[in-house]
Design a protein around this ligand. Structure first.
Ligand SMILES: [Zn+2]
Length: 158
């Protein structure tokens, strides 16, 4: 069972955020893009209002992402704090990798939303985006088990 009683609420994105995610993703390709999402819980789901792109300082940025530590720490002190993480899969579809799942425990509980983007096929289609909720259930050992629950995304005209 999930916190949403089996029904996963949508994640809403303003059109400016959608554009910003797509732009950052494409400008970083073939490297992975990453950044944090700002927003709030709203009636009927989470709402993303802003995107803060970050430098990817991973040793292998073609296949991994590590947000610039200085930018990361700065973002965590924002009020309100970021509610989500975005990164791109320049070479594969926007579904969580094993490494993505393994990285979830490093995110604080304020991170509730997880977005992954991929370039559109043949470079002409618009970027593809998948949204997930970070689900934390108490595990047998006392540490939470982390999962990503696929959520419907919808755009807001604004
Ligand atoms: Zn990934």
């Amino acid at each position: 069972m999930t916190a949403f009683q089996g029904k996963i609420q949508p994640i809403a994105l303003s059109s400016s955020v959608q554009l910003a995610l797509g732009k950052h993703l494409l400008s970083c390709t073939p490297q992975e893009a990453c950044g944090v999402l700002l927003g709030a819980a709203a009636a009927g789901g989470m709402r993303i209002n802003d995107y803060m792109p970050m430098r990817n300082v991973a040793p292998d940025p073609l296949h991994a992402f590590v947000p610039d530590p200085q930018e990361w720490v700065k973002a965590l002190y924002l009020d309100p704090a970021p509610i989500g993480l975005f990164h791109s899969h320049p070479h594969s579809s926007p579904w969580p990798s094993t490494a993505d799942i393994q990285g979830l425990p490093s995110l604080g509980a304020e991170f509730k939303v997880y977005l992954i983007g991929s370039p559109g096929s043949n470079g002409k289609e618009p970027p593809r985006l998948n949204g997930f909720y970070i689900d934390r259930q108490p595990g047998a050992d006392g540490n939470p088990n982390h999962r990503l629950l696929h959520a419907p995304l919808y755009g807001l005209l604004r």
